[in-house]
Design a protein around this ligand. Structure first.
Ligand code: 5GP
Length: 143
């Protein structure tokens, strides 16, 4: 099946252009990272390359090295920030896989022994909680 083209008005493209707000924790020339508004656990962060692609399948492979380095940086920071036992890294491609926003992104979620993930795109988190969690991650990234 032919996949749809990249939509420049997807929600993450708008976040990248600063047209809608996000709780950013990290940014460099090629990547931003911000809090997921419907976290599957405390500290659920999305790492998003600035280069436009729907997902992994149509991305330029030259971005993957830097993207994965940024994922590692954020994974180490969320683990430290929340005192987590582990970190789940997830990435979905096309609706059949569970993808709901069509700009490539990687989920980074702190994990705690015996605590399951909440549902994907479940409840909206309170903004004040996201503000606090973002601050914890930014602090961990500095140290
Ligand atoms: P996907 O299902 O495409 O892998 O993941 C999209 C993620 O984006 C979901 O986990 C969802 O909670 C999150 N999300 C959806 N809309 C917004 C938004 O407007 N802002 C932020 N920060 N996250 C969003």
């Amino acid at each position: 099946m032919t996949e749809a083209a990249y939509d420049t008005d997807n929600i993450f493209a708008k976040i990248l252009r600063g047209e809608i707000p996000s709780h950013r924790v990290y940014e460099d020339d090629a990547v931003i990272a911000f809090m997921d508004v419907m976290p599957q656990g405390p500290g659920h962060t999305l790492v998003v390359p600035k280069a436009p692609s729907r997902n992994l399948l149509d991305a330029d492979p030259s971005i993957f090295g830097h993207l994965l380095s940024a994922v590692q940086k954020v994974a180490l920071a969320v683990k430290k920030a929340f005192g987590a036992d582990g970190v789940t890294v997830m990435q979905f491609n096309e609706p059949a896989s569970g993808q709901t926003v069509y700009h490539l992104h990687v989920h980074v979620i702190p994990r705690f022994d015996g605590i399951p993930l909440k549902p994907h795109t479940g409840e909206m988190e309170k903004p004040e909680i996201l503000v606090g969690n973002a601050e914890k991650i930014r602090t961990a990234l500095k140290n």
